[in-house]
Design a protein around this ligand. Structure first.
Ligand code: C2E
Ligand code: MG
Ligand code: MG
Length: 582
């Protein structure tokens, strides 16, 4: 199997982190220039002590003549305060310097007292000794606090689960990079459907997958095998940041990202489970795109968001100002709103057939046109409608219109075919969803057993328990349930057996690969057998070639839907199909 992703040594990622900690800790020290001034002040004060204390100098203040040695105490206190400052604010260096200064001074006092027998220096010796005790207490206590603080900083910079630097560390590093003007690429990474992975595999395996991934990425950053200087951190649940330095061209950046992607997509073995992860990557460049930390992050975010329009694909996208200006999602949200108001959301019907070419029914597929009459792909507007809270209205428009059409068609042609409608899980979760369906069934005279609700596999898992209740109620009504895009999520058998479904729809991506090799064929065959064991019928989506049709017939698939036997067509055109293939 693959590569050995062991973390070795403490170079790269860890080094960068340590430099960041150091940079943070040094904020707590005073400037070096003041250190020098304090040392000079000490020497000056100490010299003054011995100057005023020796000989019989006098000073005249306001006409009164005073012996100069009265001021010895003042200068001596000044000197002591200076060393207290040194030990308090300059760590080990300050403490050692203070001891050296005190010792030098002590030698002077000692000579004065015991050799020259000038007992005026005796308080100086005692003072020196007390100061030494005081600064030792200050230093050792301070060192403990410092140690503790450094540990806290360290903890604040490391993500506990994965051991990778966290968001704060990344943002500190970024500030440093901007200060030093080091050209860098800021890459934001989002794992695809990690939530679904977690819920299907359990949080324990999810956590271990994250840890495994972190080790792989850490190893790459530390080994410098990418040829660039990389920093990788975890910013939140399934989001990571990669900061790349030391590249020459844009190609180097993409090649570095690809190295991380390869490590990510390589199979993981956790507790005997084979797990696969994938991710999308959005990046921007410092200083080319911006020299402001927050903007850099939000530009990388905008690029990452752009990759989301194509679900479930590993993509690397560089930020482009167009992603901000005419932010496409905002534009599309407005288009959907206006289309809903002006009845510009409509639907196509795509036929589904048995292998005897008998019509099973139709899938209703949402369609939308913009103001200039251009068709917007549902692959673009459906995810945006989901994020923008508009999906219920879109689903409902399609469900209502297609049910009314089909209710009439069944009567007109005395047909018994199925209308399959896509429903977003967000919509399904709404408390009044069931009432809406009942209302539409009554309004359209469509018998419940002729209606089928399609739910996307990868999305059901995200909110499994709640979805299950509604699906059970639908089934009680007599409505059929199909699991759409099967194979793209992380379904387990136990999860699947709990869904009260009738039909499994094998995703087009598997059908596409089927004539590429024996193993895909076997995979499709296994899905079909599994479906049959669970009492489900199986339909293959996206059948475009005769060869695929024959393989599917051979491996025991029940139905097909695809361009080979029928593209999505208008409701009116679908009447011909009903007449011909019933
Ligand atoms: P889906 O439910 O998996 O629908 C099948 C998609 O595959 C449709 O794309 C269909 O036109 C396309 N397709 C079918 N046969 C072939 C083929 O042989 N070759 C190729 N290349 N494509 C084929 P479409 O209409 O673009 O819809 C995309 C997705 O949008 C749907 O995937 C569904 O998830 C979502 N969607 C469509 N209508 C609605 C709706 O009313 N509500 C919700 N929530 N989602 C919808
Ligand atoms: Mg569908
Ligand atoms: Mg599908």
């Amino acid at each position: 199997m693959g590569k050995d992703y062991k973390v070795n040594g403490d170079s790269g990622n860890r080094q960068t982190l340590e430099r960041t900690v150091k940079a943070l800790s040094s904020h707590r020290l005073m400037p070096k220039s003041i250190f020098v001034i304090l040392v000079i002040a000490y020497v000056a004060a100490a010299s003054m002590v011995s100057f005023v204390a020796t000989g019989n100098r006098t000073i005249v203040v306001n006409g009164i003549t005073l012996p100069a040695n009265v001021f010895a105490g003042v200068f001596s206190s000044l000197a002591n305060i200076v060393v207290i400052f040194l030990s308090g604010f300059y760590g080990k260096l300050g403490y050692i310097t203070s001891i050296v200064l005190l010792l030098l001074n002590f030698v002077g006092y000692f000579q004065n007292t015991f050799i020259r027998r000038n007992y005026a220096s005796l308080p100086g010796i005692v003072g020196n000794f007390l100061t030494l005790t005081a600064i030792s207490i200050i230093y050792f206590y301070g060192a403990k606090v410092n140690d503790y603080q450094t540990r806290l900083y360290d903890q604040a910079l490391i993500d506990i689960l994965t051991g990778l630097p966290n968001r704060f560390a990344a943002s500190e590093l970024l500030s440093g990079i901007i200060k030093k003007k080091e050209p860098s690429a800021i890459v934001l990474i989002n794992l695809n459907n990690f939530k679904g992975f977690n819920e299907a595999m359990g949080f324990d395996i999810g956590n271990r997958a994250l840890k495994d991934l972190a080790d792989r990425w850490n190893a790459i950053a530390n080994s410098r095998e990418t040829g660039t200087e990389d920093f990788v951190g975890r910013t939140s649940g399934d989001e990571f940041i990669l900061i790349i330095r030391g590249f020459k061209t844009d190609k180097d950046i993409v090649s570095t990202i690809k190295k991380y992607d390869e490590a990510l997509t390589e199979q993981m073995n956790i507790d005997g489970y084979e797990c696969y992860l994938s991710a999308n990557y959005g990046y921007c460049l410092f200083p080319d795109d911006s020299n402001d930390r927050d903007s850099l992050i939000s530009y990388a975010e905008a690029a990452l968001k752009e990759t989301k329009h194509n679900r479930n694909e590993s993509q690397i996208l560089r930020f482009d100002i167009g992603m901000l200006k005419g932010d496409r999602s905002i534009e599309v949200v407005n288009m959907i709103k206006s289309a809903l108001l002006n009845d510009k959301i409509y639907y196509s019907l795509q036929p589904q057939f048995s292998f005897e070419h008998k019509l099973r029914g139709f899938e209703a597929l949402a369609r939308m046109k913009d103001d200039e009459g251009r068709v917007i792909s549902p692959n673009e507007f459906i995810p945006i409608a989901e994020d923008g809270g508009l999906i219920d209205a879109v689903d409902l428009t399609v469900l209502k219109a297609s049910a009314i059409f089909m209710g009439e068609a069944l009567k007109k042609f005395e047909a018994d075919i199925i209308l399959s409608v896509n429903v977003s899980v967000r919509h399904l979760m709404k408390s009044d969803f069931l009432d809406e369906v009942k209302e539409i069934l009554a309004l359209s005279n469509l018998p419940p057993q002729n209606l089928e609700i399609e739910i996307t596999e990868s999305i059901i898992i995200d909110s499994f328990e709640k979805a299950l209740v509604t699906l059970g109620q639908l089934k009680e009504l007599g409505v059929k349930i199909a699991i759409d895009d099967f194979g793209t999520g992380y379904s387990s058998l136990s999860y699947l057996s709990n869904i009260p479904a009738n039909l499994l729809k094998i995703d087009k991506s598997f059908i596409d690969k089927m004539n590429e090799g024996e193993s895909y064929k076997q995979y499709v065959e296994a899905i079909i057998s599994m479906g049959h064991i669970l009492g489900l019928e199986v339909i293959s989506e996206g059948v475009e070639e005769e060869e695929q049709l024959e393989i599917l017939r051979w491996v025991g698939c029940d139905y097909i839907q695809g361009f080979l036997w029928g593209r999505p067509i208008s409701p009116k055109d679908s009447e011909d199909i009903i007449r011909r293939y019933m």
